[in-house]
Design a protein around this ligand. Structure first.
Ligand code: GLN
Ligand code: ZN
Length: 779
């Protein structure tokens, strides 16, 4: 049993984390100006401290307690996993010189690990669970020298204390930290970072001691890796690690209370292990996961002695939601333990700061929304309900229910014509003709050479392009002027491709601010925000659109751009669309119907767009699905359903075309093996994927999978300013040809070129063509 006599009780209302980028992206601006050398480390630190102070004040104003550890210290300059790595001294060998004698790195060193320097590649970046946030992957080997190398958490707790707060330090938990790490270059074959747990734990223990000495009553350890079934196959080893970790940390004398947060799904078989551990408080994601039921006696009695923190407010989406139902779930938790608290399901990192910052959104839509600040207020309301009873919050619950009813009945949320159309779909709408017939028809129609060359769609987004877009938005230039500038840009891009000798031409996407937002702005059922920025990684933010209603296409979107482009060249122009799964993944989606239903509506809008492109003489259309892998559910039992609707929506979008129209798709990663069946089922004629970064490793997966359609493994790593040499591209092409029949192979970069400069782009594409011509001649 928890000893509630010596430790203050866990706060009744809290959040797992709060956006750290700032209401107006102040942190982004401060960090980037430090990188640019315009400000000093001390100035950056001062800005960060101001932001942390403002956040604490804000959270207290919104109803979290000032001194009861309900406010989490969830700040990060770049990424919380990187923070954990530098806290425990886990630097890869190549960055060892950045640390001082105590193992500490300064801000410059910290950012160097995140961004690389010269020959030294940064830590790899990858998606954080099934979100669009990316974390840095620590590298752990037998050589990693764990030690408490940073006291940042202690200092931030003390900083808060000096301002009159008692807050709650947050760190990635030891098991998740190791599960998210990869083996270092120095590690032997088969090495698992988790095998270093027993050497890592003393560092966490020391940190707990330091925090206790500073007066922290509670510490939050984030263990989301426990909910995912895709991170580690040896689940038994994970459970053993959880037991060992929390036994060890529980035994630290005089330590703060341990609050383990497990966002992004249910804990499954990790729940009994945590129930049996000395952890005093445990969060359950009750948006994605369920209230635990059917518990064995030991687990039930373990949980009965803990505070269960019900994550009933969705931290991953922007809806105001059903507050009454959320309160109901908290009440159900009371059957498991007398100590129930309320929280968000995940950190609020995934949502923008404040609905009140949106002046342009319709008032009715705003009344249905809750961004981070509104969600904090919801938490505070439910906490009041827990303390003072249901009646004490009846007005707030009723208001939320009324907003929900208003939303359900609002015009546009349900569009009869859209629904009639999805209801009438039949099998045949999802299938194209036989691939062999298509191949023959496309060969005849397109006349492409052996090893056809193309790009992924975007060309560098120059300052001029961005300026023109901003000026149009502000009304400083007319539509006609804007169109003229964009057409001039398209002509430049087409001429350049012709000059270099590329076979399938793109228009370069200059008119698109973002591959999803552009479509959201042109489809009914979406709204876009002004300040709804969400951190994607480091200083990078995205502004997801809000998909609130039934989706339809009021008029053609890309057709004029593509047909204009086709007038400039005799070569085939590739129309360029973003696929339904990616549009959903990178927007805030409605939560009142299954994702698959929403995906079909988007697919039908795209299907109409593709039909119009085809009628206008466009012979190739690419439908990008870079997010196909990202949305793959964390639980294996959910995979089949997901793959069914996601692949189905792509097929629905693309299956309306004639045999001779060539459908391309593009996926931004090289984990081909994981989703190969899904990729095959997309039934695209040509699939381009990232491969240069991993030196064509992926071609072996393609070979063994028996994939028979066109495939373009990238030969140019566009994430780096480096220009690949002719020799390098030649070697990559030869590697690809050694595994994949030449008739299937396409030549293209890893991804779009929008983040690159023109000089590198021209040099790289020229080298790609030189290499391709040489390889063609030899074949
Ligand atoms: N067509 C897009 C581009 O080239 C694809 C981007 C992506 O895959 N993320 O920019
Ligand atoms: Zn890509």
């Amino acid at each position: 049993m928890t000893d509630f006599t010596t430790r203050p009780a866990f706060p009744t209302g809290t959040i797992i984390g709060y956006p750290r980028i700032g209401r107006r992206r102040e942190l982004k601006k401060a960090v980037e100006s430090f990188w640019a050398g315009s400000t000093t480390a001390a100035e950056l630190e001062a800005t960060a401290a101001e932001l942390r102070a403002a956040t604490r004040e804000r959270l207290a104003d919104l109803g979290l307690g000032r001194t009861d550890a309900s406010i989490p210290e969830s700040f990060s300059y770049y990424d919380q996993v990187l923070d954990a790595a530098v806290t425990v001294g886990a630097l890869p060998e190549r960055f060892a010189t950045l640390a001082d004698a105590s193992g500490a790195v300064d801000l410059t060193g910290y950012f160097t690990i995140a961004r690389g320097e010269g020959e030294n590649a940064p830590l790899e970046m990858t998606k954080w669970f099934d979100s669009n946030y990316h974390y840095l992957v620590p590298e752990i080997g037998p050589e990693t020298d764990f030690r408490l190398a940073s006291d940042r958490l202690v200092r931030e707790f003390e900083e808060a204390a000096a301002a009159g707060f008692v807050t709650r330090p947050v760190i990635v938990g030891p098991v998740t930290f190791l599960l998210l790490s990869k083996a270092s270059d120095a590690a032997p074959e088969g090495f698992r970072p988790l095998s270093r747990l027993s050497e890592l734990l003393p560092v966490y223990a020391e940190l707990l001691e330091r925090l206790a000495a500073a007066g922290a009553p509670w510490v939050q350890l984030d263990e989301p890796a426990l909910v995912s079934e895709s991170i580690e196959d040896d689940r038994a080893a994970v459970l053993t690690a959880v037991a060992e970790a929390y036994r060890a940390l529980g035994a630290v004398a005089g330590r703060p209370g341990l609050f383990v947060a497990a966002p992004y799904g249910s804990l499954g078989d990790a729940l009994p292990v945590l129930a049996a551990s000395p952890v005093e408080a445990l969060s359950l994601d009750l948006v994605r996961g369920e209230i635990p039921s059917g518990l064995d006696a030991a687990t039930a009695s373990g949980l009965a002695g803990k505070t269960l923190v019900g994550g009933v407010i969705d931290g991953h989406n922007i809806w105001r939601g059903d507050l009454e139902a959320a309160f109901g779930r908290l009440t159900e938790l009371l059957s498991l333990t007398p100590e129930v608290a309320v929280s968000t399901s995940t950190s609020l990192l995934h949502v923008p700061h404040d609905v009140e910052d949106e002046q342009a959104l319709p008032a009715q839509l705003k009344s249905w929304l809750a961004f981070a600040d509104q969600k904090v207020a919801q938490v505070a309301t439910l906490a009041t309900g827990l303390l003072d009873g249901h009646e004490s919050i009846q007005d707030e619950l009723n208001a939320a229910s009324a907003a929900l009813a208003d939303r359900a009945a609002a015009p546009g949320v349900r569009d009869t014509a859209v629904r009639a159309r999805t209801a009438a779909l039949t099998e045949g709408d999802f299938s194209r003709g036989d691939y062999a017939d298509r191949l023959a028809a496309q060969d005849a129609a397109l006349g492409l050479p052996f090893l056809p060359t193309t790009t992924i769609g975007s060309f560098p987004q120059t300052g001029d392009i961005r300026r023109a877009r901003a000026q149009l938005a502000k009304g400083l230039i007319s539509e006609a002027e804007y169109l003229g500038q964009m057409q001039a840009e398209i002509k430049r891009v087409v001429d350049l491709q012709e000059e270099i000798g590329i076979d399938v031409i793109v228009h370069g996407e200059p008119e698109r601010n973002d591959m999803v937002q552009y479509f959201a702005e042109n489809l009914d059922g979406f709204a876009v925000t002004q300040n709804g920025w969400v951190q994607s990684y480091g200083s990078r933010c995205t502004r997801p659109s809000i998909l609130w209603g039934d989706v339809s296409r009021p008029k053609p979107i890309t057709v004029e751009w593509s047909t204009y482009t086709q007038t400039l060249t005799a070569k085939p122009v590739k129309g360029m669309l973003t696929g339904p799964v990616t549009i959903l993944a990178w927007s805030f989606v409605r939560d009142d119907q299954p994702l698959g239903d929403t995906a079909r509506q988007v697919a039908l809008a795209l299907r109409d767009e593709i039909a119009d492109l085809e009628s206008a003489g466009i012979r190739i259309v690419q439908v990008d699905e870079p997010a196909l892998r990202e949305l793959l559910p964390l639980k294996k039992k959910d995979h089949a359903d997901y793959l069914d609707w996601s692949v189905g929506s792509f097929r629905l979008a693309t299956a309306g075309v004639r045999d001779e129209t060539q459908i391309h798709t593009h996926l931004c990663y090289s984990e081909f093996g994981v989703v190969i069946d899904a990729i095959r089922n997309l039934d695209a004629d040509v699939t381009s994927i990232e491969a240069a970064r991993s030196r064509m490793e992926v071609v072996h997966d393609i070979q063994t999978s028996g994939f028979e359609h066109g495939i373009g493994p990238g030969v140019y790593d566009i994430h780096s300013p480096r220009v690949p040499s002719v020799a390098e591209v030649t070697e990559l092409l030869e590697t690809a040809l050694s595994a994949i029949p030449g008739r299937q192979l396409w030549v293209n970069p890893d991804c779009g070129l929008k983040t690159r400069g023109y000089d590198e782009t021209v040099a790289s594409l020229t080298n790609i063509l030189t290499a391709t011509r040489a390889v063609r001649e030899k074949a």
